[in-house]
Design a protein around this ligand. Structure first.
Ligand code: PLP
Length: 356
């Protein structure tokens, strides 16, 4: 076994809700810890999946995902050849790490951020270099630039960032890119960008065509509500797109997943409704946190990161009352996924009642 693998701490995925519910012995359990879409997915997806030709089960899926590719390219106004699909955005993190990292290379992140960047850096034997965020939890671009050395082969930018929810402007991201050496990859994870107000002005989607060392990633798991289908993609400069196609397992995204993602893209109204509901509920959450005198980060996503001195005990109390929220991301801080109006109201009521 690789030495880098022996050192790894195992990743603890979410347990199935039903298993956890039985363990806790609660009548209802709502997961507000995984940033899932609480409204489900578009009804058009259910239709498309039901209408899929089951007789194709013994055939390999379209390796090119041609129809989905055209739909994504049209939606994002990009060259279809620049898109590489993956089994969730998760798999793209694996593919990028595998492609660009060798043992003893370095990977730069602004922390706190999504833990999978670090996990896959370690698997490749690379070293994770962390630059803490500023006091408002925005990216400290100046310090990030200072940390770039010839050993740094990739920089991850998560925008909006998980777990803070903070959003960096396109101007600040592009200014950063212009100062990064052209042989250092800048990887922009936009898993939550759909939730950002005026997302089209914040996305870095057009930058890979302009800067060869930039890639931008998206997923159908969050705003589109397709976490179970595992579809994500990255957009590359044409200089790298074909290499990434070589690294990709040819049949990684199955036909049902392709059909589901296509139906989801074609129902723009559904996503727009989700984004609006989320924005309304996000505002209500912030009003509540203000009322409680709690400190939180400005969020453009479908979750909020807030300070709570008795964080673990509050999370425990909420779990006993049927709500899971995310702990362990920073001492004294919690991340709550914005749920339905009803669930948000109930969690907020429980928080009012909780005596630390
Ligand atoms: C959820 C998430 C992903 C992974 O999404 P999948 O497409 O479901 O694999 C990637 N990046 C961030 C920051 C996430 O929060």
């Amino acid at each position: 076994m690789k030495a880098s693998i022996k050192r790894l701490k195992p990743y603890v995925p979410e347990k199935p809700l039903a298993t956890l519910q039985a363990e806790l012995g609660v009548a209802k359990l709502v997961r507000l810890s995984a940033n899932e879409n609480p409204y489900g997915t578009s009804p058009a997806v259910a239709e498309a999946v039901k209408n899929w030709d089951f007789a194709q089960s013994n055939r390999y899926p379209d390796a090119e995902a041609a129809v989905l590719r055209q739909a994504v390219a049209a939606q994002q106004q990009i060259d279809p050849a620049s898109i590489v699909f993956s089994v969730g955005l998760d798999e793209m993190i694996v593919m990028l790490s595998r492609t660009f990292l060798a043992p003893d290379d370095q990977v730069l992140v602004s922390t706190p951020t999504f833990s999978e960047y670090g996990l896959h850096a370690e698997i490749e034997g690379a070293k994770l270099v962390s630059v803490p965020t500023l006091s408002n939890d925005h990216v400290d671009f100046t310090s990030l630039l200072r940390a770039i050395t010839p050993q740094v082969k990739m920089v991850w930018l998560c925008n909006p960032n998980n777990p803070t929810g903070t959003v960096e402007s396109l101007a600040s991201i592009e200014a950063f890119i212009q100062q990064v050496p052209t042989d250092t990859m800048v990887l922009i994870d936009e898993a939550y960008i759909d939730f950002v107000p005026a997302a089209s002005q914040v996305t870095a989607m057009q930058l890979p065509a302009k800067y060869a060392n930039v890639a931008v990633m998206r997923t159908f798991s969050k705003a589109y509500g397709l976490a179970n289908f595992r579809v994500g993609y990255a957009v590359f400069n044409l200089q790298y797109a074909s290499t990434m196609q070589t690294i990709r397992l040819p049949y990684n995204v199955n036909s049902l997943a392709q059909v589901a993602a296509l139906a989801a893209i074609n129902d723009a109204d559904f996503v727009q409704t989700i984004v609006q509901k989320n924005a309304t509920e996000r505002t209500k959450w912030l009003t509540f946190l203000d009322e409680q005198g709690l400190t939180y980060d400005q969020s453009g996503a479908n979750f909020i990161f807030f300070n709570y001195p008795a964080a673990d005990r509050l999370a425990d109390y909420l779990r006993q009352h049927g709500y899971l929220i995310r702990t362990g991301l920073r001492p004294g801080w919690l991340r709550v996924t914005i749920g339905t109006a009803d669930d948000n109201r109930q969690v907020q009521q429980l928080m009012r009642e909780f005596k630390a």
